[in-house]
Design a protein around this ligand. Sequence first.
Ligand SMILES: Cc1cc2nc3c(=O)[nH]c(=O)nc-3n(C[C@H](O)[C@H](O)[C@H](O)COP(=O)(O)OP(=O)(O)OC[C@H]3O[C@@H](n4cnc5c(N)ncnc54)[C@H](O)[C@@H]3O)c2cc1C
Ligand code: SF4
Length: 442
Amino acid sequence: MSNSTSTPGIAAERLEGPALKDNFSDLHAPLSDHEALVAADRCYFCHDAPCMTACPTSIDIPLFIRQISTGTPEASAKTIFSQNILGGMCARVCPTETLCEEVCVREVAEGKPVEIGRLQRYATDTLMAQGEQPFERAASTGKTIAVVGAGPAGLACAHKLAMLGHDVVLFEARSKGGGLNEFGIAAYKSVDGFAQREVDWLLGIGGITLNYGQAIGDGLTLESLQADYDAVFLGMGLSGVNALRCEGEELAGVSDAVEFIADLRQAEDLRKVEVGRNVVVIGGGMTAVDAAVQSKLLGAQDVALVYRRGKEAMSASLYEQELATSKGVRIIYNAQPMKVAKSGKALSVEFAYTKTKKGKLTRTGESFNLPADQVFKAIGQTLEGAPDALAIDGGKITVDENGQTSVAGVWAGGDCASGGDDLTVTAVAEGRDAALNIHSTL
Ligand SMILES: Cc1cc2nc3c(=O)[nH]c(=O)nc-3n(C[C@H](O)[C@H](O)[C@H](O)COP(=O)(O)OP(=O)(O)OC[C@H]3O[C@@H](n4cnc5c(N)ncnc54)[C@H](O)[C@@H]3O)c2cc1C
Ligand code: SF4
């Protein structure tokens, strides 16, 4: 992505290689063997463990922590992977502060939870380093299922189906698997090519054929998949982005945060990624935080993240917000973009201050301007390319509690499907559960 010709304030090489390497290193260092034992020792192995209930994939957390305590991290990893085959990535990206760790009894009593996420990473890394898949396939059922999208939902669905003895043909629009694990997650959460290593490891189960560069709506139709396969699962995520709907959003220098992050994630050399000196990010979710933090880490001087409502309403957790401010991002709450204008060689964004009255967002009548070389839109993704035959609910494919769509023989899960949070772990849970339902239906 290069806007530098028309917006001179956007440039590459704002920082030297060593500084970038440092800035984009692992957000949380992996635990050593000794640290893992100490961390595991803090668990009370609660009966009716609240952490387990809070996990969307229902991992048996006390069991896997006990297995670490007893010096069997491989068995611990198997406990994790039996519920969540992307347990390695989830250990890195789950907002544990609002899931398992939030309800851990040690968080409630002492304000310091058991480090469930880091322990999960310790166990899964240990087993994955040995290379082998811990699961075997059941005897062949003779059925073949089409899975669309090789993101967390599609991969979890494909793996579970393969384990149950089905053959799977996976269709992926891009030239790489992993979905947003590869193209979206912040670089410092998934270092050293982990997303691709995880895809390769997961495919080691066998029985899954991955076809890259094949998209539904672009040569591939739902009808042809229905005709050729015993069932279809759609895990195509949300590939469109919402418009700001304010004057000037088409100006050079204004772009999608998701696209910026994808370019950054795919860059072989971070020095080549261009960033403004003054960056304004508009939005309130993980994408907004990640675009703002990574702009700062690339060397932007001033990064403002502007959200239209208050702190509590922001969908990025308080932890994520604190992470942003700790990296030097300025968060401005209660401000709505009104207009982007050209101001000399750079841009200027006009914001109106807002307040929430009886749940309704209103403008206060005051406004302010922020100078910017680069403006990122991060106000949510939208469903694109969903087959016309499917019922849509709130902009997503309508599914029931089993992931079944309105069309018989077609399931959907992950971000593209109705219900659930847009999180990696939720996509994994929905892909897995749809696979179980496909299996019992077939
Ligand atoms: C910038 C960003 C940061 C995030 N950070 C976090 C985080 O830190 N923690 C967290 O838990 N969640 C995070 N999320 C959310 C998380 O990444 C998603 O919820 C999750 O990836 C959804 O998985 P999915 O499989 O449904 O979709 P995706 O990951 O989007 O995968 C969908 C796949 O389908 C493919 N595809 C799309 N259309 C077609 C088509 N027509 N035909 C064939 N293939 C198609 C896509 O190329 C893609 O590979 C983040 C999201 C973004 C955008
Ligand atoms: S709630 Fe905390 S202490 Fe209890 S089992 Fe879960 S991790 Fe262990």
